[in-house]
Design a binder for this molecule. Structure first.
Ligand SMILES: Cc1cc2nc3c(=O)[nH]c(=O)nc-3n(C[C@H](O)[C@H](O)[C@H](O)COP(=O)(O)OP(=O)(O)OC[C@H]3O[C@@H](n4cnc5c(N)ncnc54)[C@H](O)[C@@H]3O)c2cc1C
Length: 398
C-alpha cells in the first residue's frame, strides 16, 4: 500500500508517538480521562507529602471516591460493580499508577484480589454481604496469601484452618498484606485437610489483628500489614465454597497482575514525561540537555519501551475481553512491563541529575515504588519460570 502523502498525516504527538489512542473507543477515552482527572485533583497535590510521611491518611475517603468513580471491582459485573471492559480497567490502572503505585495497589487489591475472590468463589450470601459495600468503597478488603517464611512458594504455607464442630478455627501469620490494617474484611488463604481454602475474616473477629508494617522505603503511600490469626473462630459459612487448592489464589493473582501490566506503564509514563520536560528546559554547556545526542538516545529508548509496553497491555486486554487470556501471557506482560518501567524510571532519574533524587519531582518515588511492584504478585524470577516452563515443557521451580 502506498504511504499517505505527508501533508495528510496527523502531527507527531510526543505523548502518543505510535497513535495508540486510535485503538480506544470513545467510552474508553472517557474512563481514562475521568480517572486521570480524579488522580490529578485528589492524589497529585498530596502524594509527595504522603510519601515522605509514609502514610495514606485519607485512605477511607479515597476508597469512597474511587467507589463513586466505579473503579473498585471495575471489571466485575453485578453487586454494584461497574462491569467495565478489561481494557477500561487497564486504562484506569495506568492512570492511577501514573499518580502513584500505592493508589493503584489499593484499587488492585480491593477489586482484583479481595472482590474478585468473593465474586468468583463466594456463595450468593457472601457476595450480597460484601460486594456492594466493597464496590462503593465503604468496606476495604485485603488478600492474605504471603507468610513470613513462604512468599514465592505459597503452597508451603503454614496458616491452617481446622474444623471444630460446625466452626472453623484459624491459626497462622500473613506478611506484607496491602490494605491489611484498614480492611473491613480479609480474604485469608489457609491449609485445610482438603487443601488450601479461602476464608472471609471480618475485622474485629477475636484473635485476628493486622499490625501495620512501618519503615518501608517503597510503596510508602500504601498501607502494608501483617495479619495475625490466633485461634480465630469463624462460622461454617466463612469459607469460600467454590474453590479448593492453589488455583483459587493464583486465579485472583492473575487478574491483579493483568492490572499491573497496565499500571507499571503509568509510572513509566510519568517518569518519561518528567525527563522529557526537564531535557527541554535544563541548560548545560549553553544549550538544553535534550539537544545532546546521549540524552536523545535515552529519551528515544524510553519512549520505545513505554509505548511497546502500552501496546502489549492493550493486546492482553483485548484477549481478556475475548476470554482468551492465558496466565502465561499475563506473566509475559508483568515480566516485561514492570522490568521496562523500572528501567525507564531509573533512566529518567539520570536525566534529571541531582534533581532526580528529590521528592520535588516524581521520578525517585516511582522508581522506588516499582521495586515492590517488581517483587509482589510474582517476582521477576517466578514469571521467568512460568514462561520458561511454557516454552520448554520443563518445570524448573524446584
Ligand atoms: C509492598 C508489598 C505489598 C504486598 N502485598 C501483598 C498482599 O497484599 N498480599 C500478599 O499475599 N502478598 C503481598 N506481598 C508479598 C509478595 O507477594 C511477596 O513478597 C512475593 O511473592 C515474594 O515473596 P518473598 O518476599 O517471600 O520472597 P521469596 O519468595 O523469599 O524470594 C526471594 C528471592 O528468591 C527468588 N526465588 C524464590 N524461589 C526461586 C526459584 N525457585 N528460582 C529462582 N529464584 C527464586 C525470588 O524470585 C526472589 O528474588 C506484598 C509485598 C510487598 C513488598
Amino acid at each position: 500500500m502506498p504511504a499517505s502523502p505527508k501533508s495528510s498525516l496527523p502531527p507527531f504527538d510526543p505523548t502518543d508517538p505510535l497513535g495508540l489512542d486510535d485503538l480506544l473507543e470513545p467510552e474508553d477515552l472517557a474512563v481514562r480521562d475521568t480517572v486521570r482527572g480524579w488522580a490529578a485533583d485528589r492524589v497529585l497535590p498530596h502524594i509527595a507529602e504522603w510519601y515522605e510521611k509514609g502514610e495514606l491518611p485519607a485512605v477511607r475517603e479515597l476508597a469512597r471516591e474511587l467507589g463513586e468513580l466505579g473503579a473498585l471491582g471495575m471489571s466485575l459485573s453485578g453487586y454494584g460493580c461497574a462491569g467495565a471492559s478489561a481494557v477500561q480497567y487497564g486504562l484506569a490502572c495506568l492512570e492511577l499508577e501514573a499518580a502513584d503505585s500505592g493508589i493503584r495497589s489499593l484499587v488492585s487489591v480491593q477489586g482484583s484480589l479481595a472482590m474478585y475472590a468473593i465474586h468468583r468463589y463466594g456463595s450468593e450470601e457472601q457476595k450480597q454481604q460484601w460486594l456492594p459495600r466493597m464496590a462503593a468503597g465503604e468496606v476495604i478488603g485485603c488478600f492474605g496469601l504471603t507468610e513470613p517464611d513462604h512468599g514465592s512458594d505459597p503452597a508451603s504455607m503454614r496458616t491452617h484452618a481446622q474444623r471444630d464442630g460446625g466452626d472453623w478455627v484459624l491459626n497462622g501469620r500473613k506478611m506484607w498484606i496491602t490494605n491489611g490494617s484498614v480492611a473491613g474484611v480479609a480474604v485469608v488463604w489457609a491449609q485445610t485437610e482438603d487443601g488450601i481454602r479461602g476464608f472471609l475474616v471480618p475485622a474485629g473477629t477475636p484473635g485476628f489483628s493486622a499490625p501495620e508494617i512501618r519503615h518501608k522505603w517503597s510503596l510508602r503511600a500504601s498501607v502494608t500489614s501483617e495479619l495475625v490469626l490466633d485461634d480465630v473462630r469463624l462460622p461454617a459459612d466463612a469459607v469460600l465454597p467454590e474453590v479448593t487448592g492453589l488455583r483459587g489464589p493464583l486465579s485472583c493473582l492473575s487478574h491483579a497482575r493483568y492490572g499491573i501490566v497496565w499500571g507499571a506503564m503509568g509510572a513509566a509514563r510519568t517518569c518519561f514525561e518528567a525527563a522529557l520536560d526537564y531535557a527541554r528546559t535544563r541548560q548545560q554547556f549553553g544549550k538544553p540537555i535534550g539537544g545532546f545526542q546521549l540524552t536523545q538516545g535515552k529519551l528515544a529508548d524510553m519512549a520505545v519501551e513505554l509505548h511497546k509496553g502500552i501496546l502489549l497491555a492493550h493486546h492482553l486486554g483485548r484477549r481478556m475481553d475475548a476470554g482468551r487470556l492465558r496466565p502465561e501471557q499475563v506473566s509475559f506482560g508483568k515480566l516485561n512491563n514492570v522490568r521496562e518501567a523500572i528501567e525507564i524510571c531509573r533512566t529518567a532519574r539520570t536525566v534529571l541529575g541531582a534533581n532526580g533524587i528529590s521528592l520535588e519531582y516524581p521520578v525517585m518515588r516511582h522508581a522506588t515504588n516499582l521495586e515492590s511492584v517488581l517483587t509482589y504478585e510474582g517476582t521477576v524470577e517466578m514469571h521467568q519460570l512460568v514462561l520458561g516452563k511454557a516454552l520448554t515443557g520443563l518445570d524448573a521451580f524446584r
